[in-house]
Design a protein around this ligand. Structure first.
Ligand SMILES: Nc1ncnc2c1ncn2[C@@H]1O[C@H](COP(=O)(O)OP(=O)(O)O)[C@@H](O)[C@H]1O
Ligand SMILES: [Mg+2]
Length: 231
């Protein structure tokens, strides 16, 4: 079983949306997926109750003990466990980093998201230092316009790149389908949805995200000393 956590101290950076997209992409490939929603408002769990793809399960998790128990229990039955964390610098987040095969830090191209990402990377670094082995970590640029790269995006990415944490090679584009998935409570991959615009492009993006995440996990797993995946 592979564990993928989504974390950024900044709310609204795209953690929950990206977690739902990855879940959909993995389920479309036939993997068994479990979602652990650690946000006290449980938006991912609520989406999952209504729209969960076949092969997936979802749980609400309130504290570090339950997180550890849920990860242990999922291990024999699940191929991928996706943990959607809240913005808190909590023990639960630190434990999730320590148990993850990959921590994804989604961020929009904005200074506020970049600062949230830096804060999260500091906590990840502290976990890695304490356990004396690196935590495989990658940033993911979210809500990117398919048309233009703004100066704000350039500046924000430069700032976090100074910490030498790589970005996933593909961003998550801004798509109304990705927003509507929570309004229409759909997973975008199971059936056709007349109300969702650009569904084919949305599915293509989900597929690319799934590829990028899978190869990021494989690269780190193949390295002599598991570290940050290199793109
Ligand atoms: N790729 C995207 N395209 C369009 N809207 C998005 C995208 N990612 C996130 N959003 C929207 O941005 C808001 C915050 O996203 P969310 O995933 O809830 O962030 P977080 O979990 O980090 O708080 C939500 O309204 C969501 O619908
Ligand atoms: Mg969220």
């Amino acid at each position: 079983m592979k564990v993928v956590s989504f974390a950024n101290a900044k709310g609204g950076s795209g953690k929950t949306t990206s977690a739902a997209l990855l879940c959909s992409g993995l389920c479309a490939r036939g993997y068994r997926v479990s979602l652990l929603d650690c946000d006290p408002l449980y938006p991912l769990y609520d989406w999952a109750v209504a729209a969960l793809p076949r092969n997936a399960t979802a749980l609400r998790v309130q504290d570090a003990n339950r997180l550890a128990t849920a990860i242990k229990a999922a291990s024999p039955q699940v191929d991928y466990l996706i943990v959607d964390l809240s913005g808190a610098s909590s023990v639960m987040n630190a434990l999730s980093f320590a148990l993850s095969d990959l921590v994804l830090v989604p961020m929009q191209g904005s200074m506020m998201d970049a600062r949230g990402a830096l804060h999260t990377i500091e906590l990840i670094t502290s976990v890695a230092e304490n356990r004396r082995s690196p935590v495989n970590t990658s940033l993911v640029l979210t809500r990117v316009s398919p048309m233009v790269v703004t100066n704000a995006v350039r500046y924000a990415t430069q700032i976090v790149e100074e910490r030498s944490v790589p970005f996933l090679p593909i961003p998550v584009l801004e798509r109304s389908a990705f927003r509507d998935m929570f309004s229409h409570m759909t997973n975008l991959v199971d059936k056709d949805h007349a109300a969702v615009s650009n569904l084919a492009k949305a599915r293509r993006d989900i597929d690319r995200l799934t590829d990028a995440v899978a190869s990021c996990i494989d690269t780190a797993a193949g390295a002599a000393l598991p570290g940050r995946c290199k793109h």
